[in-house]
Design a protein around this ligand. Structure first.
Ligand SMILES: [Zn+2]
Length: 336
């Protein structure tokens, strides 16, 4: 499966946090032919299994994205919205958006807004409707959700797209599944596409409880230290390889898992770097505290401009993440 093809397919699906049905169906269609068993749980996590006799290994990538939820419809047809996950006002001005039913709009701000002090409450979505009645005629209502309607392009090895957080890691999981096609797997593998990560790792919590993994890896993007004005609160850089998570604000990765990933990278000549994020969490935060505890680590794709309408990653890093995740699921892991 081609990385860009997968990203285009997932980006065309609707999947803001809490409303992941569209993106789940798209991932299920791609994963099902490569699976021994596929399940969806009550919250909507998609759990794709490759059966093995060894320890249970769970790889988690969240399929939800940040987005918008309509909270008020003005008489003049403008839609006021709340945030689903980490939307930031300054990054949203003039951003094109799309609702589940295909209606498109643009985020607009009042003429007199002070960019230095911009709040989300000042913004609205203009869907081109002249009145609240016209909004209704478009099939839109309170509680409807929207996502960025920006596109994907490449420049050299870099890919620029909305929602690389975390569809790029969903693509990594799909490519790992594809690489394992026809292989008799040693470990008992669970590829979990989680819901509601962006509002507090909610899906990962119930998925980990159900799967009962011995080992887990959260697959996500990580912020980078190579953007203009970086404050050096994170360590990863674009193009320097798969980022082996040591810590983020939700987890201190298990030293045994960190070491195993580094050893596998050295053995397989896979480029890796250290991933430390002082703020921000991942599904690892929920998984490692599940039941009596899970040996948890993470493999991250370095990503610039996270949560903006155009995020950037490097395809060589993505390939390294696939190689490293594959090495981990194939590894001899001590039974616990
Ligand atoms: Zn994420």
């Amino acid at each position: 499966m081609d990385l860009l093809e997968i990203l285009r397919t997932l980006n065309a699906s609707h999947g803001p946090t809490g409303d992941e049905g569209g993106v789940r169906a798209a991932i299920r269609a791609l994963a099902e032919p490569l699976a021994d068993e596929v399940k969806e749980d009550a919250l909507g996590n998609l759990i794709v299994r490759r059966k093995g006799k060894g320890p249970k290994v769970m790889l988690a990538a969240h399929m939800d994205s940040i987005g918008f939820i309509v909270t008020h419809i003005e008489e003049n047809g403008y839609l006021r919205f709340g945030r689903l996950g980490g939307l930031s006002a300054i990054e949203l001005c003039a951003t094109p958006v799309r609702f589940a039913n295909g209606v498109k709009g643009v985020v607009c701000l009042p003429e007199d807004a002070d960019p230095k002090d911009l709040k989300l409450d000042q913004l609205s979505i203009d869907v081109g409707a002249e009145s609240a009645k016209a909004v209704e005629a478009l099939g839109l209502d309170l509680g409807d959700t929207a996502v960025y309607n920006t596109g994907l392009f490449t420049t050299g090895e870099r890919v620029v797209s909305p929602y690389l957080d975390d569809r790029i890691a969903c693509a990594v999981l799909l490519q790992v599944l594809e690489a394992l096609k026809g292989e008799k797997v040693k470990n008992d593998l669970y590829f979990v596409f989680t819901v509601q990560e962006e509002v507090g790792l909610r899906g990962a919590r119930t998925a980990a409880f159900a799967v009962k993994p011995d080992y887990a890896l959260a697959m996500d993007v990580t912020s980078t230290d190579d953007e203009p004005g970086s404050k050096h609160t994170s360590t990863a850089r674009l193009g320097k390889g798969a980022a082996v998570k040591v810590m983020d604000h939700s987890v201190l990765c298990h030293p045994q898992v960190v070491q195993k990933l580094r050893d596998l990278a050295a053995e397989g000549n896979i480029p890796v770097q250290t991933d430390i994020m002082r703020s921000g969490g991942t599904d690892a935060g929920a998984i490692h505290q599940s039941r009596k505890g899970v040996l948890t680590g993470g493999i991250s794709v370095p990503c610039r401009y996270i949560h903006t309408p155009q995020e950037m990653a490097d395809r060589r890093d993505v390939a390294a993440c696939v190689d490293l995740a594959l090495a981990f699921v194939r590894a001899e892991l001590p039974a616990l």
